[in-house]
Design a protein around this ligand. Structure first.
Ligand SMILES: N[C@@H](CCC(=O)N[C@@H](CS)C(=O)NCC(=O)O)C(=O)O
Length: 216
């Protein structure tokens, strides 16, 4: 398997966690340096026309894109441990929590959006930071409310790790990057702390990847 990755990428973090949980290791990691705009170079555009990581090539391809689609592929091809509940309503809740992060919140704070705000609308660094913090807060508020449901256990859905936990962990790492205080979101924090006690999550963390700084 070939994984297109960058230390800071939250979406790639999600895929790394899933791979670790399933005992999978990429045979090759291709660095796409988001800080240098490598995602927009022709070579990578041919892999993912959306110019975003992660992308995963399994065997002779084709390249897979979108972290949640990749994680479901890994779950289907390597079913243990399962990352979705067995019941349809449980799967809907888990997918809903996951998409709240990956489809509603994260896209608002990715480099292409922050760069567009800075270049097109002349937002200064502090204003871009405020933008990112605002959307983090909105997602965390919704997640905290959802996680107060009795369906939440040690993890986001019961006592087994699901794709919802993977997305929560990426949301928490993003909160760290954008200096968002997690104290007002105690249930979210409890679940993420439980996840981070698992080495599959801890080892996949952005700041543990080659090229990452000691802190941001
Ligand atoms: N919805 C996508 C998001 C992919 C994405 O936007 N990845 C970011 C890094 S976390 C990226 O490569 N951004 C490049 C850019 O914004 O220019 C997924 O979950 O895979």
């Amino acid at each position: 398997m070939k994984l297109y990755s960058f230390w800071r990428s939250l979406a790639t973090y999600r895929v790394r966690i899933a791979m670790n949980l399933k005992g999978l290791k990429p045979d090759e990691i291709v660095e796409i340096n988001l800080m240098k705009g490598a995602q927009r170079e022709a070579a990578f555009r041919a892999v993912n026309p959306m110019m975003a990581i992660p992308a995963l090539v399994d065997g002779d391809g084709p390249a897979m894109f979108e972290s949640l689609a990749i994680i479901e592929y890994l779950d289907e091809t390597h079913p243990n441990p399962p990352l979705l509940p067995k019941d349809a309503k449980g799967r809907a809740r888990v997918r809903g929590l996951a998409q709240l992060v990956a489809a509603d919140s994260h896209p608002l704070i990715v480099p292409r959006v922050r760069e567009y705000l800075a270049h097109e609308y002349k937002f200064d660094e502090a204003t871009v930071m405020k933008w990112a913090q605002h959307w983090h807060g909105a997602a965390l508020t919704a997640l905290e409310t959802h996680l107060k449901d009795k369906a939440t256990g040690k993890y986001a859905h019961g006592d087994s790790i699901t794709v919802a936990d993977i997305c929560l962990a990426s949301q928490a790492a993003g909160a760290g990057f954008f200096k968002v205080d997690l104290a007002p979101f105690p249930t979210f924090k409890r679940v993420v702390d439980n996840c981070m006690a698992n080495e599959a999550f801890a080892r996949a963390h952005p700041l543990k990847q080659p090229g990452a700084p000691a802190s941001v």
